[in-house]
Design a protein around this ligand. Structure first.
Ligand SMILES: Nc1ncnc2c1ncn2[C@@H]1O[C@H](COP(=O)(O)OP(=O)(O)OP(=O)(O)O)[C@@H](O)[C@H]1O
Ligand SMILES: O=P(O)(O)OC[C@H]1O[C@H](OP(=O)(O)OP(=O)(O)O)[C@H](O)[C@@H]1O
Ligand SMILES: O=C(O)c1cccnc1
Length: 495
């Protein structure tokens, strides 16, 4: 179920889930005879989303599934064969389509496990293999990883604000289409919500499904008491009544009335839901009414455009809310609708030679200049397993004895690595020569990892407002190499 999240969702083949320019470049490389030149690409983002201090990596299960199924079907080839150039000729010749028909994915892929906390500039995925293939997979990897990482991060922030309270994801109706809704539900669960209202996500990913009822249920009856009584008849042990259709506190009194009848019949009301008005005030009043009536265990669910900052504020206001229902803001990542992850070439084998050319994309801003090399991410941790700093280094070059981390956007900021400091390497093999070499963790395992990893971060990095920047440095020889490559590639303009 979890290992093949895309299968059967769309057409038999998803290989055309790409931008046209990947296919035109593939044709060009093939025409040049460059298709098998070995190349290395990294997928990374340049800034954590939501002006936060970290991101939660997600989407690898989808990406691995897509890569494993990368082959062009006859329908795909017929479609590509029908594409025309501006002069009306076939865009791709039959020989190239034949090449695509036989194409098998043979790259090595290393990736950071889903649920790991990650930071700017760290490759989440490294692809190494024939240039044509390593380039062709760019768009799919980005679309599959960017969105889920974004939503998992939003969910982790909401989880942080909610503490030990229950968080339900209610976003499907507001999501970016059904595929957006489905991957958002998966990523939200991975990032830390407890359940979803999305039944398809429940079925496909084994996520617990939960919910209450809508205003229309109340409107379909003559009055609230009748509506609640009918709902309790259908779900005597799992009822949560939505109390704000007409007047919230009056609704709470009606819920209490029905809860008494339920208790007389041996059942307990599960909760009430507030969906409008001042949620701090109304939840406190509702709690008082419920407690006075002997319903201390009836939970108060709140919804209405909630997100992490509102949850924090409501808690500060003394709101008595046990369960948070979160839709729009979570699944659309409302305050930052895209992660901006990129996929950049970092190394290319020299022609007729076994050595590497390390490649770089320059930018006016140092922060946007790519990092050359075949990169690994080494995470240094203290005795308690808390992350202290990450080091990016080039595995194709020997490491010096004394390691120093250099901030990639400010070389004056540097920190030496203590001798014997404990670390783990974050990029782990997923494919070797196109074959899966690792069973990926289940969604549940990735969710557990995410909670553990986020909690292990220093609170200064987790805070929402102006978080501390977690140190990610380039190993000194890599930094020197990068600086020299920038100087070599940048044209000298006389003053
Ligand atoms: N005590 C509070 N402090 C801060 N924000 C709150 C508080 N109570 C509710 N909110 C938030 O204020 C926003 C607007 O609430 P409001 O009740 O006006 O919503 P509404 O959708 O206009 O209500 P209605 O459904 O009655 O039209 C929502 O995002 C809600 O979550
Ligand atoms: O507010 P969200 O975080 O997106 O959570 C989902 C919302 O969806 C439902 O109502 P809907 O918005 O369809 O109608 P309503 O606003 O009129 O209640 C529900 O009552 C929530 O308010
Ligand atoms: O079950 C609910 O209460 C629910 C589901 C979807 C959207 N809003 C609320």
């Amino acid at each position: 179920m979890n290992s093949a999240p895309l299968s059967g969702l769309y057409a038999p083949s998803l290989s055309l889930l790409t931008d046209l320019y990947q296919v035109t470049m593939a044709y060009g490389y093939w025409q040049q005879g460059m298709q098998d030149r070995e190349a290395v690409f990294h997928l990374y983002f340049r800034r954590p989303p939501f002006e936060g201090g970290y991101a939660v990596c997600a989407g690898l299960a989808y990406a691995a599934d897509w890569l494993e199924n990368l082959r062009f079907s006859e329908d795909d080839l017929a479609y590509l064969g029908g594409l025309k150039s501006s002069k009306g000729a076939a865009m791709f010749p039959q020989e190239f389509l034949n090449y695509l028909r036989d194409l098998k994915f043979t790259c090595d892929v290393d990736a950071i496990a889903e649920g790991t906390v990650v930071f700017a500039n760290e490759p989440l995925i490294r692809v190494q293999g024939p240039l044509l293939q390593a380039q062709l997979v760019e768009t799919a990897l980005l679309t599959l990883v960017n969105f889920q990482t974004l939503v998992a991060t939003k969910a982790a922030r909401i989880r942080e604000a909610a503490g030990a309270d229950t968080v339900l994801e209610f976003g499907l109706r507001r999501a970016q289409g059904f595929d957006g809704g489905l991957s958002a539900s998966r990523a939200a669960y991975l990032g830390g919500v407890d359940a979803t209202s999305n039944v398809l996500a429940g079925q496909r990913f084994n996520i617990p499904v939960k919910g209450t009822h809508a205003h229309s249920w109340v409107m379909a009856f003559d009055d609230e008491v009748e509506a609640f009584t009918a709902y309790a008849k259908a779900f005597p042990d799992d009822s949560v009544f939505l109390v704000d259709t007409y007047d919230t506190l009056e609704g709470v009194r009606h819920a209490i009335k029905v809860a008494r009848q339920m208790r007389a019949n041996g059942h307990e009301l599960g909760g009430i839901r507030l969906d409008s008005g001042d949620l701090a005030y109304l939840s406190r009043e509702a709690r008082a009414l419920l407690n006075e009536a002997g319903f201390e265990n009836v939970r108060i669910v709140a919804s209405n455009d909630l997100e992490e900052n509102l949850i924090t504020s409501l808690k500060l206001q003394g709101a008595k809310i046990d369960t948070w229902g979160i839709g729009t803001q979570l699944v659309t990542a409302y305050d930052q609708p895209a992660l901006g992850g990129v996929y950049k070439m970092a190394a290319l084998r020299k022609p007729n030679d076994s050595g590497w050319d390390f490649t770089i994309k320059l930018s006016e801003q140092l922060a946007k200049t790519s990092i050359p090399g075949i990169l690994q991410v080494r995470r240094y941790e203290n005795e308690k397993g808390q992350p202290r700093a990450d080091m990016l280094y080039n595995i194709a070059e020997p490491l010096p004895d004394q390691l120093t981390l250099i901030d990639p956007s400010d070389y004056t900021r540097r920190r030496p690595v203590r001798a014997g400091a404990a670390f783990r390497e974050l990029l782990q093999p997923v494919f070797r020569r196109g074959q899966r070499v690792q069973e990926l963790p289940t969604l549940e395992e990735s969710r557990t990892r995410a909670q553990r990893e986020v909690q292990s971060l220093d609170p200064s990095i987790r805070r929402f407002l102006n978080p501390h920047v977690y140190p990610v440095g380039l190993e000194e020889t890599l930094n020197t190499f990068r600086t020299n490559l920038i100087l070599e590639k940048r044209p000298l303009r006389p003053a």
